[in-house]
Design a protein around this ligand. Structure first.
Ligand code: NI
Length: 178
């Protein structure tokens, strides 16, 4: 397993629709393992493959004590509505209140290649929807009002004006304990 670099706001891969995976092979399983490791090191509740530069429909979620991979996920039911603050590993230090359905049912493929169905509410439902958005090139910022989005983008640009590229290393355990 290995930690992967995160792609940040401005990287074109975050804005493209990722490609279907289809059959799950060892390469996809390795990708999922690396994504779990990278999500954990970055302390995220979810991560989509394009956030590490791979435009394939793969995401991982760790929310409300439930940890799972979503390959070729589809939201098959959505109901209710709730508003909660969201952030994104690709848009560090920026947070905004996003309105989304409160409950979803998804169908996805797991690492063994089996199709499964899962119901989720609360934080887990929110994380799933946020990750499925990533696979379609959508960021949580896109759900905000124009004025709120412009405000947060201006703040982001101010804080990241010295960035030299659109990726960043995720510190590993050794680096973080120093
Ligand atoms: Ni995100």
């Amino acid at each position: 397993m290995s930690l992967r670099s995160l792609h940040l706001l401005g990287s074109p891969v975050l804005r493209q629709r990722s490609a279907e995976v289809g059959a799950v092979d060892d390469e996809v399983r390795r990708l999922v393992e690396d994504m779990f490791e990278t999500m954990d090191a970055a302390k995220g509740v979810g991560l989509a493959a394009n956030q590490i530069g791979i435009p394939r429909r793969v995401a991982v979620v760790d929310a409300d004590g439930d940890r799972f991979a979503l390959i070729d996920p589809e939201i098959v039911e959505a109901e209710g509505r709730s508003v909660a603050e969201e952030g994104c590993l690709s848009v560090p230090e920026i947070y905004g209140d996003v309105s989304r359905p409160e409950r979803v049912v998804i169908e996805a493929t797991d690492q063994e290649g089996n199709r499964y169905r899962r119901e989720a509410t609360g934080l887990k439902a929110r994380a799933i929807q946020h990750e499925v958005d990533h696979l379609d090139g959508i960021l949580f910022l896109d759900h905000l009002s124009l004025i709120k989005r412009q405000m947060l983008l201006a703040k982001y640009r101010r804080e990241h004006k010295d960035d030299t590229g659109y990726t960043k290393e995720v510190p590993g355990e050794a680096a973080r304990s120093e």
